[in-house]
Design a protein around this ligand. Sequence first.
Ligand SMILES: NC(=O)c1ccc[n+]([C@@H]2O[C@H](COP(=O)([O-])OP(=O)(O)OC[C@H]3O[C@@H](n4cnc5c(N)ncnc54)[C@H](O)[C@@H]3O)[C@@H](O)[C@H]2O)c1
Ligand SMILES: C[C@@H](O)[C@H](N)C(=O)O
Length: 371
Amino acid sequence: LTVISSLNKAVRGLAPVCGFQSLAVLSRRVSFSPRQVASDASFHSVSFSESDHPRVLITGGLGQLGVGLTKLFRKQFGKYNVILSDIRKPPAQVYQSGPFIYSDILDYKNLREIVVNNRISWLIHYSALLSAFGEANVSLARDVNITGLHNVLDVAVEHGLRLFIPSTIGAFGPMSPPNPTPDLCIQRPRTIYGVSKVHAELMGEYYHHRYGLDFRCLRYPGIISADSQPGGGTTDYAVQIFHDAVKTGNFVCNLRPDTRLPMMFIDDWLRATLEVLEAPAEALSMRTYNISAMSFTPEELVQEIGRHLPDLQVIYETDPVRQAIADSCPIVFDDSNARSDWGWKHNYGLPELVQTMLNFTGSNFRMLRAN
Ligand SMILES: NC(=O)c1ccc[n+]([C@@H]2O[C@H](COP(=O)([O-])OP(=O)(O)OC[C@H]3O[C@@H](n4cnc5c(N)ncnc54)[C@H](O)[C@@H]3O)[C@@H](O)[C@H]2O)c1
Ligand SMILES: C[C@@H](O)[C@H](N)C(=O)O
């Protein structure tokens, strides 16, 4: 600790003379944490050999996205190398499928203990309150999305982790160019969700430059999943419609029929997340990338589903909160940097997405009815 503290002093002392670059390089070598003043901090950086599989912790993993990602990562890296965590009780099949642990990201010591005891090398930070839920619970969203983020960043720096944090189309706003929306442009979101995601992008990039944190971030569009429910976002309608179409043939849409938003099928999203995490650092000219696959409106989605289920009845009852959020989101996402830097390429367009979703939700529903 004495050595580290002297090094830190030296680094601080050097800053004005050597400039930013040298400070970042030095700090990368000593791997100190912004919480270095804590007397019980453990300043070791996990040196994780490239031949090993990463040891992965996923926070907030019981939401729409975490369980699917866990399955893919366990296939790739081994069942016991991927720990799913959340503050909720896992369903039986999730609990039985591999390591699950309670982790509240607001509890910094608990988070650090999990990282240390399990020799974690990759942290996938999914805990968040999404756009519509965030607007209904601003103070909780501020705690989880901002205070929680600070804990995660500090633990990641302190233990030399590769840290992935998803951002979103919601990180833009009414002043951003909507069609197309590039990676770098004005970002003035008007939701606590959007504000907290811009904060995450900037803090992650700052820690990358300042402390050498291996921070990686993708701005996801609305993700369409078949076997998990969305958690209170603006793009939720595009998942719910499949379940209602198959079960009842009726759907009430909470966005206007002409609301065009960027969307992505879950298989593409899974691959994108794994690919950016595995990309060599030299391939990444940036640390935060837009990724995209398609943009569609509720009207277009209904029409495409109608080709398979012609009796589908849809009524539009616009929710003003969700509509306002949607109206300030990008319409078309420019993901050309992801495509050229690390080879991002989507496989699913609207027809493939609809066909695959209906196959899955249809057979699932028939199975449930038969049991
Ligand atoms: N689903 C999408 O379409 C989409 C699009 C863009 C970005 N994202 C981002 O991807 C991530 C995952 O999204 P999702 O759709 O699975 O979210 P979700 O809302 O479905 O799940 C979030 C999870 O966070 C957990 N959580 C809440 N407070 C917590 C705390 N204090 N400690 C630990 N966990 C806590 C919740 O229990 C929940 O299981 C989020 O960061 C979200 O912003 C999602
Ligand atoms: C877009 C994304 O961040 C999430 N599905 C939401 O609507 O809030």
